[in-house]
Design a protein around this ligand. Structure first.
Ligand SMILES: [Zn+2]
Length: 282
Protein backbone atom coordinates (compact mmCIF):
# COMPACT_ATOMS: atom_id res chain seq x y z
CA UNK A 1 0.00 0.00 0.00
CA UNK A 2 0.99 3.65 -0.29
CA UNK A 3 2.25 5.37 2.83
CA UNK A 4 2.73 8.99 1.78
CA UNK A 5 5.19 8.74 -1.08
CA UNK A 6 6.49 5.33 0.00
CA UNK A 7 5.29 1.87 -0.98
CA UNK A 8 5.14 -0.54 1.93
CA UNK A 9 4.21 -4.20 1.95
CA UNK A 10 4.57 -7.21 4.21
CA UNK A 11 6.72 -9.99 2.81
CA UNK A 12 6.72 -13.28 4.66
CA UNK A 13 10.04 -14.74 5.71
CA UNK A 14 8.27 -18.06 6.34
CA UNK A 15 5.80 -19.56 8.76
CA UNK A 16 6.72 -21.77 11.70
CA UNK A 17 5.13 -23.34 14.78
CA UNK A 18 6.34 -22.69 18.28
CA UNK A 19 5.31 -23.61 21.82
CA UNK A 20 2.41 -21.38 22.84
CA UNK A 21 3.66 -21.08 26.42
CA UNK A 22 6.90 -19.53 25.18
CA UNK A 23 4.97 -16.90 23.26
CA UNK A 24 2.89 -15.88 26.29
CA UNK A 25 5.34 -16.16 29.20
CA UNK A 26 3.52 -15.81 32.52
CA UNK A 27 0.04 -15.53 30.97
CA UNK A 28 -1.94 -18.63 32.08
CA UNK A 29 -2.70 -21.03 29.25
CA UNK A 30 -6.43 -20.95 30.00
CA UNK A 31 -6.31 -17.29 28.99
CA UNK A 32 -4.11 -17.34 25.89
CA UNK A 33 -5.53 -20.55 24.38
CA UNK A 34 -8.88 -18.78 23.98
CA UNK A 35 -7.37 -16.28 21.56
CA UNK A 36 -4.69 -18.57 20.09
CA UNK A 37 -5.74 -22.26 20.13
CA UNK A 38 -2.65 -24.51 20.10
CA UNK A 39 -2.20 -27.76 18.16
CA UNK A 40 -1.77 -31.22 19.72
CA UNK A 41 1.89 -30.41 20.48
CA UNK A 42 0.87 -27.18 22.28
CA UNK A 43 2.28 -25.14 19.40
CA UNK A 44 0.82 -22.06 17.72
CA UNK A 45 1.54 -20.84 14.17
CA UNK A 46 3.82 -17.84 13.79
CA UNK A 47 4.57 -15.76 10.73
CA UNK A 48 7.81 -13.90 10.20
CA UNK A 49 6.35 -10.74 8.73
CA UNK A 50 9.11 -8.64 7.19
CA UNK A 51 8.43 -5.19 5.75
CA UNK A 52 9.51 -4.06 2.32
CA UNK A 53 9.71 -0.28 1.87
CA UNK A 54 10.23 1.18 -1.60
CA UNK A 55 10.95 4.87 -1.96
CA UNK A 56 11.27 4.84 -5.74
CA UNK A 57 15.01 4.78 -5.45
CA UNK A 58 15.86 2.17 -2.88
CA UNK A 59 14.39 -1.11 -1.64
CA UNK A 60 14.59 -1.41 2.12
CA UNK A 61 13.81 -4.56 4.06
CA UNK A 62 13.01 -4.71 7.77
CA UNK A 63 13.94 -8.12 9.27
CA UNK A 64 14.62 -11.27 7.29
CA UNK A 65 12.82 -14.20 8.96
CA UNK A 66 14.60 -17.43 9.86
CA UNK A 67 16.05 -18.03 6.40
CA UNK A 68 16.98 -21.31 4.78
CA UNK A 69 19.84 -22.63 6.94
CA UNK A 70 17.86 -24.38 9.70
CA UNK A 71 18.97 -27.93 10.43
CA UNK A 72 16.60 -30.79 9.58
CA UNK A 73 15.87 -31.17 13.28
CA UNK A 74 15.01 -27.48 13.74
CA UNK A 75 12.94 -27.52 10.58
CA UNK A 76 10.98 -30.51 11.88
CA UNK A 77 10.53 -29.13 15.42
CA UNK A 78 9.30 -25.78 14.12
CA UNK A 79 7.46 -27.21 11.09
CA UNK A 80 9.28 -24.41 9.30
CA UNK A 81 8.63 -23.78 5.63
CA UNK A 82 11.10 -25.31 3.17
CA UNK A 83 13.05 -23.40 0.58
CA UNK A 84 13.80 -19.69 0.85
CA UNK A 85 10.40 -18.18 1.65
CA UNK A 86 11.61 -14.57 1.89
CA UNK A 87 13.48 -14.70 -1.41
CA UNK A 88 10.53 -16.43 -3.10
CA UNK A 89 8.08 -13.85 -1.75
CA UNK A 90 10.29 -10.96 -2.83
CA UNK A 91 10.42 -12.52 -6.30
CA UNK A 92 6.61 -12.41 -6.35
CA UNK A 93 7.01 -8.63 -5.88
CA UNK A 94 9.41 -8.49 -8.81
CA UNK A 95 12.58 -8.22 -6.74
CA UNK A 96 15.74 -10.31 -6.74
CA UNK A 97 18.15 -10.70 -3.84
CA UNK A 98 20.44 -8.22 -5.58
CA UNK A 99 17.73 -5.53 -5.59
CA UNK A 100 17.67 -5.06 -1.81
CA UNK A 101 19.68 -1.95 -0.85
CA UNK A 102 19.23 -1.81 2.92
CA UNK A 103 18.32 -4.42 5.55
CA UNK A 104 17.34 -3.17 9.01
CA UNK A 105 17.08 -5.59 11.96
CA UNK A 106 14.65 -5.03 14.86
CA UNK A 107 16.98 -7.37 16.74
CA UNK A 108 19.21 -10.31 15.84
CA UNK A 109 17.36 -13.41 17.10
CA UNK A 110 17.45 -16.31 14.63
CA UNK A 111 13.90 -15.74 13.40
CA UNK A 112 14.73 -12.14 12.45
CA UNK A 113 18.32 -12.29 11.22
CA UNK A 114 18.64 -15.87 9.89
CA UNK A 115 17.37 -14.87 6.46
CA UNK A 116 20.20 -12.38 5.90
CA UNK A 117 22.51 -15.27 5.01
CA UNK A 118 22.12 -18.42 2.95
CA UNK A 119 24.06 -21.43 1.75
CA UNK A 120 25.53 -21.10 -1.74
CA UNK A 121 26.08 -23.95 -4.24
CA UNK A 122 29.22 -25.02 -2.34
CA UNK A 123 27.38 -24.98 1.00
CA UNK A 124 29.32 -21.87 2.06
CA UNK A 125 27.38 -19.32 4.11
CA UNK A 126 27.08 -16.10 2.12
CA UNK A 127 25.04 -12.90 2.27
CA UNK A 128 21.48 -13.41 1.05
CA UNK A 129 21.32 -9.77 -0.10
CA UNK A 130 24.81 -9.16 -1.45
CA UNK A 131 24.34 -5.45 -2.22
CA UNK A 132 22.59 -4.44 0.97
CA UNK A 133 23.83 -2.28 3.79
CA UNK A 134 22.97 -4.14 7.03
CA UNK A 135 21.80 -2.01 9.95
CA UNK A 136 21.57 -3.09 13.60
CA UNK A 137 21.74 -1.47 17.02
CA UNK A 138 25.29 -1.65 18.40
CA UNK A 139 23.96 -2.81 21.79
CA UNK A 140 22.12 -5.68 20.11
CA UNK A 141 25.15 -6.62 18.08
CA UNK A 142 27.43 -6.67 21.12
CA UNK A 143 25.05 -8.94 23.07
CA UNK A 144 24.42 -11.18 20.06
CA UNK A 145 28.11 -11.80 19.42
CA UNK A 146 29.37 -11.85 23.03
CA UNK A 147 29.24 -15.65 23.21
CA UNK A 148 26.92 -15.82 26.24
CA UNK A 149 26.16 -19.55 26.58
CA UNK A 150 22.56 -18.91 27.64
CA UNK A 151 21.89 -17.01 24.41
CA UNK A 152 23.50 -19.58 22.11
CA UNK A 153 20.23 -20.83 20.60
CA UNK A 154 18.80 -17.33 20.15
CA UNK A 155 21.85 -16.02 18.29
CA UNK A 156 23.45 -18.74 16.11
CA UNK A 157 26.82 -17.24 15.21
CA UNK A 158 26.60 -18.60 11.66
CA UNK A 159 23.91 -15.93 11.11
CA UNK A 160 26.10 -13.11 12.38
CA UNK A 161 29.77 -13.67 11.59
CA UNK A 162 29.26 -13.32 7.80
CA UNK A 163 27.56 -9.97 8.50
CA UNK A 164 30.53 -8.80 10.55
CA UNK A 165 33.04 -9.87 7.95
CA UNK A 166 31.40 -8.44 4.83
CA UNK A 167 32.13 -4.75 5.42
CA UNK A 168 28.46 -3.81 4.88
CA UNK A 169 27.39 -3.71 8.52
CA UNK A 170 26.33 -0.34 9.99
CA UNK A 171 25.91 -0.27 13.76
CA UNK A 172 23.75 2.52 15.13
CA UNK A 173 23.41 3.90 18.64
CA UNK A 174 19.94 4.74 19.94
CA UNK A 175 17.14 6.57 18.13
CA UNK A 176 18.37 7.67 14.70
CA UNK A 177 17.05 8.25 11.20
CA UNK A 178 18.44 5.21 9.42
CA UNK A 179 17.38 6.22 5.91
CA UNK A 180 15.10 9.14 5.02
CA UNK A 181 11.64 8.17 6.30
CA UNK A 182 12.69 5.30 8.57
CA UNK A 183 13.89 5.83 12.12
CA UNK A 184 14.69 3.62 15.04
CA UNK A 185 13.22 3.80 18.53
CA UNK A 186 15.04 1.63 21.03
CA UNK A 187 12.68 -0.16 23.41
CA UNK A 188 14.83 -2.70 25.22
CA UNK A 189 12.67 -5.32 26.98
CA UNK A 190 12.69 -8.25 24.57
CA UNK A 191 16.45 -7.75 24.27
CA UNK A 192 18.50 -4.83 25.57
CA UNK A 193 19.14 -3.60 22.04
CA UNK A 194 15.65 -4.25 20.64
CA UNK A 195 14.22 -1.47 18.47
CA UNK A 196 10.95 -0.71 16.74
CA UNK A 197 11.11 0.97 13.34
CA UNK A 198 8.98 3.99 12.49
CA UNK A 199 8.26 4.58 8.83
CA UNK A 200 6.99 8.07 7.99
CA UNK A 201 6.04 9.94 4.86
CA UNK A 202 3.91 13.02 4.31
CA UNK A 203 2.12 12.84 7.66
CA UNK A 204 1.40 9.11 7.48
CA UNK A 205 3.23 6.54 9.53
CA UNK A 206 3.62 2.84 10.29
CA UNK A 207 5.42 1.18 13.18
CA UNK A 208 7.14 -2.20 12.88
CA UNK A 209 6.73 -3.50 16.42
CA UNK A 210 9.26 -6.32 16.35
CA UNK A 211 8.90 -8.53 19.41
CA UNK A 212 7.73 -5.77 21.74
CA UNK A 213 4.20 -6.76 20.59
CA UNK A 214 4.60 -9.80 18.36
CA UNK A 215 0.97 -10.43 17.40
CA UNK A 216 -2.43 -8.79 17.72
CA UNK A 217 -3.07 -11.21 20.61
CA UNK A 218 -0.28 -9.52 22.55
CA UNK A 219 -2.05 -6.15 22.68
CA UNK A 220 -2.90 -6.46 26.41
CA UNK A 221 0.08 -4.65 27.90
CA UNK A 222 0.86 -7.40 30.43
CA UNK A 223 0.91 -10.18 27.82
CA UNK A 224 4.49 -10.62 26.75
CA UNK A 225 6.86 -13.33 25.65
CA UNK A 226 8.63 -15.90 27.80
CA UNK A 227 11.75 -14.99 25.81
CA UNK A 228 11.84 -11.36 26.99
CA UNK A 229 15.09 -10.52 28.74
CA UNK A 230 13.30 -7.86 30.84
CA UNK A 231 9.57 -8.48 31.07
CA UNK A 232 8.64 -5.28 32.92
CA UNK A 233 10.63 -3.18 30.48
CA UNK A 234 8.74 -4.80 27.59
CA UNK A 235 5.43 -3.95 29.27
CA UNK A 236 6.45 -0.34 29.84
CA UNK A 237 7.81 0.11 26.34
CA UNK A 238 4.81 -1.60 24.75
CA UNK A 239 2.33 0.67 26.55
CA UNK A 240 4.27 3.70 25.36
CA UNK A 241 4.65 2.61 21.73
CA UNK A 242 1.03 1.44 21.36
CA UNK A 243 -0.25 4.71 22.85
CA UNK A 244 1.97 6.57 20.37
CA UNK A 245 0.42 4.51 17.54
CA UNK A 246 -3.14 5.33 18.63
CA UNK A 247 -2.35 9.04 19.08
CA UNK A 248 -0.77 9.36 15.64
CA UNK A 249 -3.25 7.01 13.90
CA UNK A 250 -0.24 5.03 12.68
CA UNK A 251 -0.36 1.53 11.20
CA UNK A 252 0.90 -1.15 13.59
CA UNK A 253 2.82 -4.01 11.97
CA UNK A 254 2.94 -7.30 13.92
CA UNK A 255 6.03 -9.34 13.13
CA UNK A 256 4.70 -12.79 14.09
CA UNK A 257 0.93 -12.60 13.55
CA UNK A 258 -0.29 -15.32 11.15
CA UNK A 259 -3.63 -13.57 10.50
CA UNK A 260 -3.29 -9.82 10.99
CA UNK A 261 -0.06 -8.43 9.63
CA UNK A 262 -1.01 -4.79 10.04
CA UNK A 263 -3.80 -2.79 11.64
CA UNK A 264 -4.90 0.55 12.98
CA UNK A 265 -5.44 0.42 16.73
CA UNK A 266 -7.73 1.94 19.31
CA UNK A 267 -7.84 2.00 23.10
CA UNK A 268 -9.83 -0.79 24.72
CA UNK A 269 -11.09 -0.94 28.32
CA UNK A 270 -10.69 -4.68 28.64
CA UNK A 271 -7.58 -5.48 26.60
CA UNK A 272 -5.81 -2.08 26.83
CA UNK A 273 -5.60 -1.84 23.02
CA UNK A 274 -7.65 -3.42 20.23
CA UNK A 275 -7.75 -3.70 16.45
CA UNK A 276 -9.77 -0.87 14.95
CA UNK A 277 -9.08 -1.63 11.31
CA UNK A 278 -7.57 -4.94 10.11
CA UNK A 279 -5.26 -4.17 7.19
CA UNK A 280 -4.36 -7.81 6.52
CA UNK A 281 -0.88 -8.06 5.05
CA UNK A 282 -0.94 -4.63 3.37
ZN1 LIG B 1 10.79 -13.09 16.99
Amino acid sequence: MKLGSLDISIVSGGRFWIDGGGMFGVVPRVMWERVFPPDEYHRIPQETNCVLVRDGDRNILIDTGYGSKLSDKQRKNFSAQDGEPLVENLAAQGLTREDIDVVIFSHLHFDHAGGATRLDEDSEIVLAFPNAELVAQRREWVDATAGYPELRAAYPQENLLPLRDCGQLRLIDGDVEIVPGIRSQVTGGHTDGHQVLIIESKGESAVFLGDICSTSRHLPVLWCLGYDVHMQQTRRAKAKVLEQIVQTNAIAVFDHDPDIGAARLCRDDRRDFAIEDDLGFL
